[in-house]
Design a protein around this ligand. Sequence first.
Ligand code: SF4
Ligand code: ZN
Length: 337
Amino acid sequence: MPVVCSSCEKKNAVLKRPKTGLSLCKDCFFWAFEEEVHQTISSARLFTAGETVGIGASGGKDSTVLAHVMKVLNERYSYGLDLMLLSVDEGITGYRDDSLETVKRNQQQYDLPLKIVSYQELYGWTMDAIVKQVGLKNNCTFCGVFRRQALDRAAMMLKVDKICTGHNADDVAETVLMNFLRGDIARLRRCTAITTGSEGAIPRCKPLKYAYEKEIVLYAYFKKLDYFSTECVYSPNAYRGHARAFLKDLESIRPSSIVDIIHSGENLSVKEDVKMPVQGTCMRCGYISSQKLCKACVLLEGLNRGLPKLGIGKHHKLLAQEPLTEKEEKKLKAVDF
Ligand code: SF4
Ligand code: ZN
């Protein structure tokens, strides 16, 4: 016998909400999902009327749902925001070229301006070329650091006031777990913040911070949104993979684990005397950095010098303080990484 929607009590339920366990019809689910995002946005005062907001768009399910929901809510609640899509082309053949086609279709479907910046034009390197040089072990470190800056640069070009990204509750909980397991106190403190980057960088926020990945998939599916679901061809990221698998196990036993971990992260207090990195600016490119050179410049220097591991792990400190002298470089080349 069909189950009746527990919200409207009229239509038949088509799904059981992963977050609450309630059986809902399609329309009640859409409404509940959108209202929760609106709650997140309004209670954290993420935006102010008149702002230009860049939506980080990869063509994947999270950013496609984010773009759709932001457009719906901006109209429903008259946020008064100028929305646009910002995309980064990492130069990954067989993955990003296809997903960018999805973003271009989204641009038409949602009638939003789109700006694409590429690693090739910003750094002179594509991820395809980087992987050829560094292999498949640390590629995501390069990619993550470069993407962060690339998105900021695209936002600056378009005079965007804020960037919002499609990070969902599962992503945030995974990051809390990873930073906890690594003992990375500075990141642990920052990673649950709904808005980051107020000191000099363009503020970034996560309107889907409390939205479960499973619900994002359901929303995209029932709304028939056009998104790209293939995994990156260079996606090893083993550590995050373990955190993800662990989180999925926890979720299957207790669905609230995801949001509970986020709340734990939010409520962690760091002792007064714990030393935190001081933010300054990179002496080469001017991007915010707690070292003399920002991470992207260190990684780029390594790539251009044929020392791709320079920015990875403990050796990066050396370069971050001072550019290498010839003698130091020779010494470094002799080190077996
Ligand atoms: Fe970049 Fe790694 Fe993500 Fe691929 S999986 S897009 S290489 S960060
Ligand atoms: Zn820099």
